[in-house]
Design a protein around this ligand. Structure first.
Ligand SMILES: [Fe+2]
Ligand SMILES: [Fe+2]
Length: 161
C-alpha cells in the first residue's frame, strides 16, 4: 500500500482541511458574517463526518484487531469526541445568533483538538495501519463513502441542507 493510501495519510489530511476551515471562520467572523457562517458550517459538518468515520469504522476495526476497547486509547478518543461535540455546539449557538463572542469556546475547542489530533496522528492511525491489511484498508475507504449523510449532517438539531 502506497503511503498516500494509508489511514494515517488520509485522516491527517482531513485534520488539516478542517483546521484550515476553522481558521477561515476565525479570520472572517468579525468582517464577513455570511462567509464566516459558511466556513463554520462546513467545518462543523466535516468534523462530525470525520468523527463518524472514526467511531463507526476505524475504532471498531482497531478494537477487533487488538482486543482493546474499554479503558484503551479508543475509549479515550471517544470521550474526547463528546467534549469536541459540546464545544462545537457552544460555538454554533453563538454563530447562529450572529455573535462573534465565541473566542473562549474556540480556544477550548482548539486546545482539545490539538492534543486529540496529535494522539491520533502519532499513535492511533499508525497503529491502525500496522494491524490492517491493504484489503481491509480499502474496505474502510469504501465503507466511508457508503455512510448515509444523515449520520453526520446535523446542524441546529435539524438536518442541514
Ligand atoms: Fe478523533
Ligand atoms: Fe481524527
Amino acid at each position: 500500500m502506497s503511503a498516500q493510501n494509508t489511514i494515517s495519510a488520509f485522516f491527517e489530511q482531513d485534520h488539516d482541511r478542517l483546521d484550515a476551515l476553522f481558521q477561515s471562520f476565525q479570520t472572517l467572523k468579525r468582517h464577513d458574517v455570511a462567509k464566516a457562517q459558511e466556513a463554520f458550517k462546513e467545518f462543523k459538518l466535516g468534523l462530525q463526518r470525520h468523527i463518524v468515520w472514526e467511531e463507526d469504522l476505524l475504532f471498531p476495526l482497531w478494537e477487533e484487531k487488538t482486543g482493546m476497547s474499554d479503558g484503551g486509547p479508543t475509549f479515550v478518543m471517544r470521550n474526547e469526541h463528546r467534549q469536541i461535540g459540546e464545544q462545537l455546539e457552544a460555538i454554533h449557538r453563538k454563530v447562529a445568533d450572529q455573535s462573534p463572542d465565541s473566542d473562549h469556546e474556540e480556544q477550548v475547542l482548539l486546545n482539545i483538538l490539538a492534543s486529540h489530533n496529535l494522539k491520533e496522528e502519532r499513535v492511533l492511525y499508525p497503529s491502525i495501519d500496522q494491524v490492517t491489511t491493504p484489503e481491509e484498508c480499502k474496505e474502510v475507504f469504501q465503507k466511508m463513502k457508503e455512510i448515509p449523510e444523515d449520520r453526520y449532517r446535523v446542524c441546529c438539531g435539524v438536518h442541514a441542507k
